[in-house]
Design a protein around this ligand. Sequence first.
Ligand SMILES: [Zn+2]
Length: 184
Amino acid sequence: MTIEIVEKIHKFEKAGLGKAPFTLVDVWNAPSRSLAEANPEAYNRAISEGPRTTSGRGFCSCHYCGHEILTHCVIEGSDGARFFVGSDCVAKTGDKGLIIRVMTEIKKKQKDRRRELDQQKIEEFASLMRTPEIRDILEKLPHPNAHFASRGKTLLNWADFMRRCSGVAGTKKGLRIVKKAIAS
Ligand SMILES: [Zn+2]
């Protein structure tokens, strides 16, 4: 009987993080160290806009196990206590409702991130295609399709077409080929 009661206490509550039931407030990805080096201002802004805990404990370690984390599950107890844990430690609790919410949110964040990276590629491609020096280089190179090349079409015609008419996959291909062309 005693064992049953002990097991019913939520692992996070047992660890003194707050009172059950716990809910997910947010999933927050800490900015990377490479961003800190490349753009300290953006890094500091991301940190200052990040979530806060009620205990004052900071980022980058799981408040349950102490291990380093990048993906912070921001959890709130029914007593209002807010803390950070890694998704592995959420999985350890056996709290099915919380686990499902965390996994769903992580997947959604990854999807958003992929979309963001795709958008960056689209913008990078558009910006290259607006650069006169790059357009000059591409204009001197043949169209990748032999038929169009024989009719005098250039790599510039191809790249302009890829930028206007292709989706994300075409944009990535266009960007890769244009970058290769200007590097050689
Ligand atoms: Zn942990």
